[in-house]
Design a protein around this ligand. Structure first.
Ligand SMILES: Nc1ncnc2c1ncn2[C@@H]1O[C@H](COP(=O)(O)OP(=O)(O)OP(=O)(O)O)[C@@H](O)[C@H]1O
Ligand SMILES: [Mg+2]
Length: 236
């Protein structure tokens, strides 16, 4: 995650694609970004989304680069050319389902209940599945309401693919996730060292209110909980 000046950025679309205020923006070099304005009070939500995105990347899940401005109010992700998963026909979805499911354990680790929500995953023109909205991971719900994150991830491992509990889109994508995909995903989660988690949290810290700390230990505990499911080793 980098902090950049966005003063020269220009609108490339009219605002309001999502439930937070946002717009496609072009930077000085013509690169497109999706810029999200968390509004006030913004800080903790920006830190949360930056960290969620960084943790996805650290685990090996495909996410766009994200940047923020000097203040931490604005969050931007590098534009992914492609189509939302929700726009695919069921035949098209069947072809990319396995790719999407490989990241499921990481979704559960980060408790990203809304990952399969409308527009939050894209089939890139590169043929890969991208996760583009970590705003509802970790310590906030998708609409920006703070929540308590439990120390045990395995409840999410079950509920996020259970048609009786999961979001409709989540169940559609994850209900038939295979044991092999769960193991591969758990290996991705277990591969992130506690030190990396601490370093990434520390990087996001600038965007937090002064009296707040991201609860890094709960993220590490949740990683351990997933690793324990399959007896995997973890690193300090
Ligand atoms: N990196 C990106 N590349 C392409 N499109 C993007 C990208 N980021 C966001 N978008 C588009 O903007 C929409 C809103 O972005 P995002 O999901 O991050 O915000 P949100 O406010 O949480 O929206 P929602 O509540 O609709 O999920 C996405 O659904 C997608 O259509
Ligand atoms: Mg979204």
């Amino acid at each position: 995650m980098r902090r950049v000046s966005m003063r020269q950025w220009e609108f490339a679309s009219s605002p309001h694609l999502g439930s937070t205020e946002g717009a496609a923006m072009a930077d000085e070099d013509g690169q497109l970004w999706y810029l999200k304005d968390w509004g006030l009070p913004y800080k903790n939500k920006t830190a949360n989304e930056l960290l969620g995105n960084d943790l996805y990347r650290a685990a090996g899940v495909l996410v766009p680069e994200v940047v923020t401005d000097e203040t931490g109010r604005f969050h931007a992700s590098r534009w992914v050319e492609g189509r939302p998963l929700s726009d695919l026909t069921s035949e098209e979805l069947d072809r990319v389902r396995a790719d999407a499911q490989d990241g499921f354990m990481v979704d559960a680790w980060l408790s990203n209940w809304d990952v399969a929500g409308t527009g939050n995953m894209r089939l890139g023109d590169d043929g890969r599945v991208w996760r583009i909205d970590a705003g509802g991971a970790l310590f906030f719900h998708a609409m920006g309401v703070a929540r308590r994150l439990g120390r045990h991830a395995r409840a999410d491992v079950e509920s996020m693919r259970d048609p009786a509990v999961a979001t409709e889109q989540g169940a559609k994508l994850f209900a038939d996730v295979s044991e092999q995909a769960l193991i591969r995903g758990a290996e991705m989660v277990a591969s992130v060292s506690a030190r990396t988690i601490q370093q990434l949290s520390a990087k996001a810290q600038f965007a937090l209110d002064a009296d707040l700390r991201l609860d890094t230990q709960v993220i590490i505990d949740r990683r351990n909980d997933i690793a324990d499911l399959f007896g995997l080793m973890v690193e300090d």
